[in-house]
Design a binder for this molecule. Structure first.
Ligand code: 1CP
Length: 352
C-alpha cells in the first residue's frame, strides 16, 4: 500500500506547493478515443463487465498513463455505480447511453432507496481501486471519484441521460422535500463510497457535478452545493500519512467558484467558459484550480494545440496551484496523437 510515490506533482499542485512544472491529466483519459481501450472493451463484451472485472478496469486505467506519461491515473469506473447499487438496474442500450430500469419517481421509490454498503454491492469498485494501486506501484497518484448527489439524481429520476431534465426539475419544484430526501440518501452513499475508495488506495478524490450548471443560482445552492458540502465534511482527508485532496467540479459552474471554494475542498475543476485568471481572482488562493482547455481544441492542428495550451498556462499565470486538464472529458473522435501534443506542450511550456 505505501510504496513511495515517484511522481507526486499532482498532489503537490493540489496542495498549492511549488512544482518544477504544471502536472497534467485529462478527464475521461481512459476511453473510446483510444484504440487499445476499444480492444479491451470488446474483449469485456460490455461496459459494466469492464468496470466490474478488476484486472480489465486496471488495464484500461493504465493505458493512458503508459501512452502519455500523465501525472495522475483515474479509476476506470462510472458515476452510475451508486444508483446501480441502490437497485435502479443500470444497463447500457447501444448508441443510447446509460438507462435505469427502475427510475425514482415517487415517495415510495425514495423511501425504499438503500444507502449501499460499499463492502457489499460496490466491492468490485474497491477491488479495482486496490488492483490499480498495486499495479501503479507508485508511478503516479490514483484519483477516486463519484458523481455529485444532484448529478446522480438527474439520472436516477430521468432514468438515463437527459436534455431538458423535465422529470427531476418537476420534482424539484413540486416536491422539493422528496428530492431533498433522495439527495440526502445519495450524499450519504457517496460519502461511504468515497471513503471506501480511500481505504482501498485512492490518493485524491474528485466529485463530478456535471449537471449543476443547469440550475438557477438559488437552486444550485440548495440542491447541489449543499450536498457537496455535506460530502466534503464527511470525507477522510488523510491516508498513509498524506493529505487526500478533494476536487469539486461543476460543469458550467464558473459563476459559483467562490462559494464552491468556501466548502473547504482543496481544488476546483474549471471548464473553458471561465478564464483561469478570473477564477483565480475569485477564489482568492483558497483552492487549487484544475483545467481548462476546451476539449474541441484537440480537433485542431498541432500548432493550434500548442498555442491554446500556452493561452491556458498564461491565463493561470505564475505561482503554484494549477493542474492542467481539459475543461470537460476528451471527445470520442479525437486523434490520440493530438492529446500527446497537448501533454508535451504542457511539459515544455510550464517548465520553471
Ligand atoms: O461505451 C463505452 O465504452 C462506455 C462509455 C463510458 C466510459 C468510457 C461511460 C458510460 N463511462 C465511462 C467511464 C467514465 N465515466 C469515467 C472513467 C475514468 C476516466 O478516464 O475519466 C468517469 C470519470 C466517468 C464519469 C461520468 N459518467 C460522468 C461525469 C463526468 C463527465 O464526463 O461529465 C457522467 C455524467 C457519466 C455518465 C455516463 N456514463 C457513460 C456515459 C455515456 C455517460 C453520459 C450519459 C449522458 O448523460 O448522456
Amino acid at each position: 500500500m505505501s510504496t513511495p510515490l515517484q511522481n507526486d506533482l499532482y498532489l503537490r499542485a493540489l496542495n498549492r506547493e511549488e512544482t518544477p512544472r504544471t502536472p497534467v491529466w485529462v478527464m475521461r483519459q481512459a476511453g473510446r478515443y483510444l484504440p487499445e481501450y476499444l480492444k479491451v472493451r470488446k474483449q469485456a463484451g460490455d461496459f459494466m463487465t469492464l468496470c466490474s472485472t478488476p484486472d480489465l478496469a486496471c488495464e484500461v486505467t493504465l493505458q493512458p498513463i503508459d501512452r502519455f506519461n500523465l501525472d495522475a491515473a483515474i479509476l476506470f469506473s462510472d458515476i452510475l455505480t451508486i444508483p446501480d447499487a441502490m437497485g435502479l438496474g443500470l444497463h447500457f442500450e447501444t448508441g443510447e447511453g446509460p438507462k435505469f430500469s427502475n427510475p425514482v419517481r415517487t415517495a415510495a421509490d425514495v423511501e425504499k432507496l438503500p444507502v449501499p454498503d460499499p463492502a457489499q454491492s460496490l466491492q468490485y469498485v474497491m477491488d479495482a481501486v486496490s488492483t490499480i494501486r498495486r499495479e501503479l506501484n507508485g508511478r503516479v497518484p490514483l484519483i477516486g471519484f463519484s458523481g455529485s448527489p444532484w448529478t446522480l439524481a438527474t439520472y436516477m429520476v430521468e432514468g438515463g441521460g437527459s436534455k431538458d431534465f423535465s422529470k427531476v426539475k418537476g420534482m424539484l419544484f413540486s416536491e422539493p422535500a422528496l428530492l431533498h430526501k433522495m439527495l440526502d440518501k445519495t450524499a450519504q452513499s457517496v460519502i461511504s463510497y468515497l471513503n471506501a475508495q480511500v481505504e482501498s488506495g485512492a490518493q485524491a478524490l474528485m466529485v463530478f457535478d456535471t449537471w449543476g450548471g443547469v440550475l438557477s443560482p438559488a437552486n444550485y445552492r440548495e440542491f447541489s452545493l449543499r450536498y457537496m458540502q455535506q460530502i466534503v465534511d464527511g470525507l477522510t482527508r488523510e491516508a498513509d500519512g498524506r493529505k487526500v485532496p478533494v476536487v469539486l467540479f461543476t460543469k458550467n459552474g464558473g459563476q459559483w467558484l467562490d462559494i464552491m471554494a468556501d466548502t473547504g475542498c482543496d481544488g476546483l475543476g474549471v471548464d473553458w467558459t471561465t478564464d483561469l485568471a478570473d477564477a483565480r481572482a475569485r477564489t482568492g488562493g483558497k483552492v487549487a484550480l484544475q483545467g481548462n482547455l476546451d476539449p474541441s481544441v484537440l480537433y485542431g492542428s498541432p500548432e493550434s494545440i500548442r498555442a491554446q495550451v500556452k493561452t491556458v498556462l498564461d491565463s493561470y499565470g505564475s505561482g503554484p496551484g494549477h493542474v492542467f486538464n481539459l475543461g470537460h472529458g476528451i471527445h470520442q473522435f479525437v486523434n490520440p496523437e493530438h492529446l500527446g501534443v497537448m501533454v508535451e506542450a504542457v511539459r515544455e511550456q510550464s517548465a520553471r
